[in-house]
Design a protein around this ligand. Sequence first.
Ligand code: AMP
Length: 286
Amino acid sequence: MVIFKRVSDISEYIKRQKAAGAKVGFVPTMGALHAGHLSLVAAAKNAGCLVVCSIFVNPTQFNDAEDFKKYPITTDADVELLLGANCDVLFLPSEAEIYPLGTKAASAFSFGYLETVLEGEHRPGHFKGVGQVVSRLLQIVSPDFLFLGAKDFQQCCIVRHLLIQMVKADACFPAPELVVCPTLREPDGLAMSSRNRRLSEGQRAVAGNIYRCLVSIQAKQADAPFAVLKKECDDMLKSKGFHPEYISLAHYETLELLDEFQNGRPMIVLIAAVLGGVRLIDNMML
Ligand code: AMP
């Protein structure tokens, strides 16, 4: 695995690899890697790509300074995991490499409705930051395929819109094909996340209840109104010590919020809840 810290070096390397016929599969991350991240690397590998993984904890997507400060950094362990996963290239840029003119000068994108609901409502500015960092990384890596996890479902929707905007702004921009990979879970159903390691033993023991809520809503959708199931889940999560932020039903493609299950429409349930100061999100397609 080749490790780059400078934009000019990785750009040059990728240019040469592409000229030699390589297809580049890109897996952007914020590090503290786990099996969920490695599943994206494996998906890129299986697609026959030269796999480029980036680790950059992007300050502009944190609306909560404390969350940014506490974000786990485990670079040595990450390098070992990526070596084990046969990752080809690791990009480890500094903030100055990503934002050479400062974060204020970075390009800004608007995502309209999509950035005002769910995560957007509870984390103001978060998706603007995601747009900034993903657009910059795409310009640097110019991948053929971009691998993202369904765990961050709204982020996938935002990036799909980002790609459209980048093509509109520059018809020559080589937009990668977006590949959304399934959520990897712990044995009790908890979606793997870098933030899980901040949970205490006791919190970890109850954290799987978010997944239990999703499963129960999926199983009972034909038998009860969404509002009733939502209340059941809200009560259950609160009884286990969670502070639920939202338990929402939405259209799968537009993220239009729905009050009730709708026959024949593709839907998704999304949950965000805070447990012991750790914010957890998850979702399930219906
Ligand atoms: P992060 O490091 O949290 O920014 O995540 C980097 C990428 O890994 C994103 O595309 C996430 O959606 C994806 N990811 C995070 N957790 C999981 C998981 N449990 N299963 C699959 N993909 C994941």
